[in-house]
Write a protein that binds this ligand. Sequence first.
Ligand code: EPU
Length: 420
Amino acid sequence: MRKLVINGGKPLTGEVTISGAKNSTVALIPAAILASEPVVLEGVPDIQDVAALIEILSDFNVHTTFEEGVLTIDPTNMLSIPMPSGKIQSMRASYYFMGATLAKFGEGVVGLPGGCFLGPRPIDQHIKGFKALGADVRNEMGAIYLSTNGQGLTGTRIYMDVVSVGATINVLLAAVRAKGKTIIENAAREPEIIDVVNLLNKMGANIKGAGTSVIRIEGVDELHGCRHTIIPDRIEAGTYLSIAAAVGEGVTVKNVIFEHIEGLLAKMEEMGVKMTIGEEDIYVAPSKDLKAVSIKTLPYPGFATDLQQPITPLLMKATGEAKIIDTIYPKRVNHIPELNRMGALGRVENDVISITGPTPLTGCEVAASDLRAGAALVIAGLMAQGTTKISNIEHILRGYSHIVENLQQLGADIQMIEED
Ligand code: EPU
């Protein structure tokens, strides 16, 4: 089993460059299969979720090459193969093959998705959208069976009952080749949705309104190949900003679109973190005398749920009682008991996280329950005195590209080891 070992308390300095966004990439890859020619994605992060998607593509007989962040996807000979189980269940985003295979073949069988356990993660809105477009959808033995029964999909008006990134993208993928116009109302507005729409439009789709809550899609007959550069990962950027504020002695985070993390930057400023925001990078000065703040996660452009866990260790450096309410995933609290083992004073009551600070942290053995909880433990390990050993790091490697090398380059004492 791989583990991360961190000898904490080292001040970090220097630069770190953010990779392409995981949550864009995992949607852009399934989107690319809709083309009849190769699609080239640039800035693809080197993470386990991408490796898993490449294996799934290979099972669909889609040829890929992946070198230096450039992923070429050639779906020319793709086959309609049922995937009720196996690799497809290892990650959340494999659900995008539902919308994509429905649009490409008029059918698909996709195992129900796995991914991080953050409490209930229903996909009712995805299914509502597919059905509204005219698909038959059955949930049998842990897999979703989709078919248009040879009739194709027809555009319609779809109101999303909850603001969902996944459902918005999945319905977009299905609707892009439907007959006529589809209107998605109460659509999610995350930057990753704009990125997916930019790719689809480069491929020849006709989609308007991405980034607003109403997206209009005029179906087209065919999509062609193109080249597309993925947006920077706002969650990875936020994680390194939190690291920089927690243990930095002057750190620059490069390749950031600051507008994508305004919710986080506002809270860091409120805490007293001194930052200089440039066009594409953010410098974080050494931080002390931080103040506790209250955070409520919301759909974009609110404070991202994915940054709630990575900012928690920083709150342990702040004076006072901080509160976090995650309205997207109220049960996303598994990092708290692990951080408490390291000496944090965290409580969860009625889905409200309270952190009392400042508290010194001490290294110990902890386990990552999910991707962003793992990021929180890495940050806590960097802050702590002594040695922190983190297990279940597969979660972390699913989403953070070259995290060990990046932190070593900043001066951290961190290593990946094999241990039973
Ligand atoms: N929801 C429903 N029904 C649905 C879909 C969602 O009730 O059909 C609810 C969810 O339970 C949740 C809310 O709507 O309360 C938002 O969920 P959303 O569908 O937006 O989440 P997702 O698409 O499954 C993506 C990211 C997550 C991120 C969320 C929220 C990917 C692959 N995953 O998940 O990222 O937390 O949006 O922004 O894009 C992560 O990167 O660590 C991660 C978990």
